[in-house]
Design a protein around this ligand. Structure first.
Ligand code: PMP
Length: 385
């Protein structure tokens, strides 16, 4: 039992209470068994059913076409930063005989980290856009991005920058993303928050612990053709590093996400969260709710222009998940956080790298919680402006 939290943390984040209650029960005893879901073999029938059901739920919710495959891996977003470049370059060697280049859009601190990892691992990387000198407060239009090199294997974007509060509202047009270049997106902080045309992506990667689950499991949705990779001999001949086996996508897929021990309890949580989303009207319903939450919160903040400042100046790219704002000085910011907490509105402090405030309003943050925050935003401005 717990009373409904009004918790705005960026991740790990709140999950629906009824999901946690069911999961707590299943942790002790799963479907009448003498042991719980975390204690059974990852190759047992009930565990395989958890994996298959979760895949089916995701396929239904995101309308994933037959051309794509869903799989899960241990780890988080950072594991994705490393695994993506190894795997997609190995696919490109199969396709073209050469490693080719990896293009990255650096629009915030997570895409920056991912690009840095690809460089660190020794791959050829082009940064096609970098908004660091604009403090990651905008996403420039595609016609301002550096054109992709002819031998580009993939273009990487972070669909929602959790720290900086920007979100892509469109995918690159065909005159930018030319034929043969795969679009890769990190959706760790907005997966299942909105409709996505999966067919446009070569790969979608998302750590579960923000919008839809617990830490420890990452979702991958991959175009099946990218599972065809150069083998070890071919990679060696092309002077390309081999893919570490625990995150070799074709091996993981061949073993239905259980090549090694999948955290099945974490997957079960994802199964329950996705089932609940389906029962509550699917992606359309949650998208509408998320848009409404973001609209009322940004609406309140922008009605006190001298008091609240939105570092993401361009309303068209403001995140519907992570609402970042600042106050005129640090004393007022500290006061805001403290008074909000005293009203039960918690975890509103911004990321240590950017300061200010951040309200993360993921799927499981209720409209009621956001309405309480909106009331507080109004009240605080009236008393302190
Ligand atoms: N990508 C994004 C968009 C994130 O928000 C985060 C987590 N804060 C990460 C990647 C890194 O995730 P992890 O801590 O699971 O490695």
């Amino acid at each position: 039992e717990r009373s409904e939290p009004n918790y705005f943390g960026a991740g790990p984040a709140v999950l629906p209470t009824d999901v946690l209650q069911q999961a707590a029960y299943d942790l002790l005893s799963y479907e009448g068994d003498s042991v719980g879901i975390g204690e059974i073999s990852h190759r047992s029938k009930p565990a395989i059913k958890v994996i298959d059901d979760t895949k089916a739920n995701l396929t239904q919710l995101l309308n994933i076409p037959d051309t794509h495959e869903v799989f899960f891996m241990q780890g988080g977003g950072t594991t994705g930063f490393s695994s993506i470049v190894y795997n997609l370059i190995a696919s490109n060697v199969k396709k073209t005989g050469k490693p080719g280049r990896a293009a990255y859009a650096v629009t915030g601190s997570w895409s920056k980290k991912s690009a840095e990892e690809a460089v660190r691992l020794g791959f050829d990387v082009d940064i096609v856009v970098n908004t660091k000198d604009k403090k990651f407060g905008d996403i420039p239009p595609y016609n301002e991005w550096k054109p992709l090199a002819a031998d580009t294997a993939y273009l990487y974007v972070c669909d929602n920058e959790t720290v900086n509060g920007t979100e892509f509202k469109s995918t690159p047009p065909a005159d930018y993303l030319h034929e043969g270049v795969e679009l890769v997106a990190d959706m760790s902080s907005n997966i299942l928050s909105k409709k996505v045309d999966v067919s446009k992506y070569g790969l979608i990667m998302a750590g579960a612990q923000k919008n839809i689950g617990l830490a420890g499991l990452t979702i991958y949705i991959i175009k099946k053709s990218l599972l065809e990779q150069a083998n070890d001999e071919e990679l060696k001949a092309a002077n390309v590093p081999l893919v570490p086996i625990a995150f070799h996508y074709p091996t993981v897929v061949k073993n239905n996400s259980a090549y090694n021990t999948i955290p099945i309890f974490t997957c079960h949580i994802l199964q329950l969260v996705t089932k609940r989303l389906i029962d509550n009207g699917g992606i359309d319903a949650i998208q509408k709710l998320n848009e409404k939450k973001a609209e009322i919160l940004y609406g309140a903040l922008t009605s006190y222009p001298g008091f609240y400042t939105l570092p993401v100046h361009n309303p068209a790219v403001r995140s519907n998940m992570n609402v970042v704002f600042t106050l005129p000085n640090e004393e007022l910011e500290a006061k805001f956080v403290k008074e909000a907490a005293s009203k039960g509105l918690s975890a509103l402090k911004g990321h240590r790298s950017v300061g200010g405030m951040r309200a993360s309003i993921y799927n499981a943050v209720s409209l009621h919680s956001v309405e309480l925050l909106v009331d507080f935003v109004n009240e605080f401005a009236k008393q302190n402006a």
